[in-house]
Every structure is written in structure tokens, then in C-alpha cells.
Design a protein around this ligand. Structure first.
Ligand SMILES: CC(C)(COP(=O)(O)OP(=O)(O)OC[C@H]1O[C@@H](n2cnc3c(N)ncnc32)[C@H](O)[C@@H]1OP(=O)(O)O)[C@@H](O)C(=O)NCCC(=O)NCCS
Length: 324
């Protein structure tokens, strides 16, 4: 148990437990509604975050999800994600009436400690670049701006053909995620050194959050995509493409990206979603052109920031977001 003495209250940062989930949902709704209300100048009420995703985060990183506890009630929450040598933190939120007392920073610091002890050399976050407080929050903690991340949306209008050659395949991985383990690390590491999002693949399969697709040529896996379709009807009518990563060294990596993108869109349509979201960093002009010509419209933008090691990034086409 970790102790933080902030002003007069005794604030403890501790690991999140399953019985904290309902309170964590309330904190998420209150803090984001407050932030949006201040931002646009009229009352905005955010939808409750899905219980399923919070439970899945706690299942995935039981020692990496934290709450700020004041006298037995929780007032803040934060979630870490260790993706090999890269880790990321998100979401992070504090009840409005407890903000600006160092609780957010204490939660962030606990996530960073967890990620470093899990072998992460670089830690990423994504936040709204037009909110001065959020910029200060991360910049003052040593994060440096890296890229603009677009949040783009497309309506799901119907099923489209995948246009694959005979030796190419898009397959859905339903049961045994271990068959992907090696390929995920190989492909991930080519894009960012040591990037390994395998835990999220396991989480999607085990917790039934959506679908995993692979792009294969013969027996070789050359790319993969993660799609979240877990939202219940009353929670939202959209799916989110969580990741699309393809081997940047393969001469047909663009084709593989296109096929995986289409597979995600088709599955979003089949599962009854009206829209599909993708979040991707704009690291060159190609990715935006590709998404725009595919019918994606910008809905928002965040800034991606990193702390720790510098590293280079390889590949022109990927959907990758460090936002929870
Ligand atoms: C972002 C958030 C988690 C921070 O929590 P918090 O407990 O208020 O954070 P802290 O008290 O540790 O730090 C807040 C810092 O912002 C500063 N700050 C407050 N208002 C500010 C403003 N308008 N402009 C610039 N800085 C501001 C505070 O002075 C403090 O910095 P300091 O310690 O250097 O003085 C909280 O505001 C929140 O829940 N926001 C809504 C959800 C959200 O945006 N999450 C992050 C998205 S990735």
C-alpha cells in the first residue's frame, strides 16, 4: 500500500480491485463531463464507461491499474498498459472536487513505476492538445510531444470485398491467441523497438471484446488488426479499430493494411454497428490520405507524448493509439 499525504486528507494510491469498478465508472463520467463542460461552456454529460472494458483492463494488468483512495472512497483512477518495451497510461481521471491537489500526478507516477518495473523504456500518453491543464500536466512531468493523433469515423454501409490474391488470406483468430505471439512481437518490433501488444490480443479473445484478424501470405503472418465491438447497444453504436500493424519491410504492406482495414469495417457492419472509429498518429501524409480516401472523417485530434528513451518509428501505414 502506498501513502500520499495531500493537504489535510490522507490519500492512498492502491491497486484497483474488482469491487472498485462501479466507483471508477462514476469517476470517469464525472471527470470527463466536467472537463467537456468547461471546454465548450455548456453542460455536457459523458456516457458511463463500459464496465466490461474496465474489468478487462484490471484483468490484463492487475498490478497496473490504480485508484486514489480518500477515507475508503475512491476519487481517482488510472490504467497502465505494458506493450513490451513501450508502455502507456490511459485513461487517467480525478473527481473534479479533488483535482489540483497532486492526486493526478500521484496516479501517473504509480503507473510509470509499474511500467518501468515491467520493462517499458518509453511511456506514452495521448491527450487533448487544446486543454492547457492537460498539456501542463504531462509536459511538467517530463513528457515530450511526438505526433498528432487523429480520431476519425466512417459509417458502416455494407460488406465490401477484400481483393486478395490466391496466396493471401485474412483470417479471424477466435480461440488460440498463442499462434500469434511470435508474429506480434516480430512485426511490432519492426515498427517501434520492442513494441509487443500481445496482452491486448489475449484480452480481446479472453474477455470477448471484439475480433482479431491476421493477414497471411502462405503460412507467414505479416499483419494483424484488433477491433473492439464490445459496447452494448445502449452504450454506443460504434466499433473501434484498436490496432492495425503490418510488417513495414514487406513490399505489399500497404495492400495488407487495406485488407485488414476492410476486414475490421466488414466486421463492424456484421456486428450491427453504425460507425467505426480509428485513431492513428499522423506521422506522414500517406496515412491521412489513405484514411480520407477510404471515407474516414476527422472527429477530433489528440497529441501523443512520450517520456523516456527516444526511438524511431518505421512504416507508413498503421492504426495505433495510446488512449484507453
Ligand atoms: C488531468 C487530470 C487527471 C489531472 O488530475 P489532478 O489531480 O487535477 O492533477 P494534479 O493536481 O496532479 O496536477 C494538475 C496540474 O495542472 C495545473 N493546472 C490546473 N489548471 C490549469 C490550467 N487551466 N492551465 C494549466 N495548468 C493547470 C495545476 O496547477 C497542477 O500543476 P502543478 O502541480 O504544476 O501546479 C484531471 O484534471 C482530470 O481528471 N481531467 C479529466 C479527464 C482527463 O482529461 N484526463 C487526462 C486525459 S489523458
Amino acid at each position: 500500500m502506498l501513502g500520499w499525504s495531500l493537504r489535510k486528507e490522507k490519500v492512498r494510491i492502491r491497486e484497483m480491485r474488482s469491487e472498485d469498478v462501479e466507483e471508477a465508472r462514476k469517476i470517469a463520467q464525472d471527470s470527463w463531463s466536467d472537463m467537456a463542460t468547461r471546454d465548450v461552456g455548456r453542460r455536457i454529460i459523458y456516457p458511463m464507461r463500459s464496465k466490461k472494458i474496465i474489468e478487462a483492463y484490471v484483468w490484463k494488468e492487475p498490478h497496473g491499474c490504480f485508484v486514489a483512495d480518500v477515507c475508503g472512497g475512491i476519487v481517482g483512477a488510472a490504467y497502465s498498459h505494458a506493450w513490451g518495451r513501450m508502455g502507456w497510461v490511459g485513461p487517467i481521471e480525478v473527481l473534479p472536487e479533488f483535482q489540483n491537489r497532486g492526486i493526478g500526478r500521484a496516479l501517473l507516477s504509480e503507473c510509470e513505476n509499474f511500467l518501468r518495473s515491467s520493462g517499458c523504456e518509453v511511456i506514452g500518453v495521448e491527450t487533448m492538445s487544446h486543454i492547457p491543464k492537460n498539456l501542463h500536466f504531462y509536459l511538467s512531468q517530463g513528457y515530450r510531444p511526438d505526433a498528432l493523433t487523429l480520431i476519425a469515423e466512417k459509417p458502416t454501409l455494407g460488406k465490401q470485398s477484400l481483393e486478395l490474391r490466391e496466396d493471401e488470406k485474412i483470417e479471424e483468430v477466435r480461440k488460440d491467441p498463442m499462434i500469434l505471439k511470435e508474429a506480434v512481437l516480430t512485426i511490432g518490433s519492426k515498427i517501434f523497438t520492442g513494441l509487443d501488444p500481445f496482452k491486448d490480443i489475449k484480452m480481446i479473445v479472453e474477455k470477448k471484446l471484439g475480433s482479431i484478424f491476421v493477414w497471411r501470405m502462405g503460412r507467414r503472418i505479416l499483419g494483424f488488426a484488433l477491433l473492439h465491438t464490445y459496447l452494448k447497444e445502449e452504450e454506443g453504436d460504434y466499433a473501434s479499430i484498436r490496432l492495425i500493424l503490418v510488417d513495414p519491410d514487406h513490399f505489399e504492406s500497404e495492400k495488407g493494411f487495406d485488407a485488414l482495414l476492410r476486414a475490421c469495417e466488414n466486421e463492424s457492419f456484421i456486428s450491427g454497428k453504425k460507425r467505426v472509429f480509428a485513431r492513428f498518429p499522423v506521422v506522414n501524409s500517406l496515412i491521412y490520405k489513405k484514411m480520407a480516401t477510404n471515407g474516414y472523417v476527422i472527429k477530433g485530434a489528440n497529441i501523443r507524448m512520450f517520456k523516456g528513451h527516444s526511438f524511431s518509428q518505421k512504416g507508413d501505414y498503421f492504426v495505433l493509439s495510446l488512449a484507453g
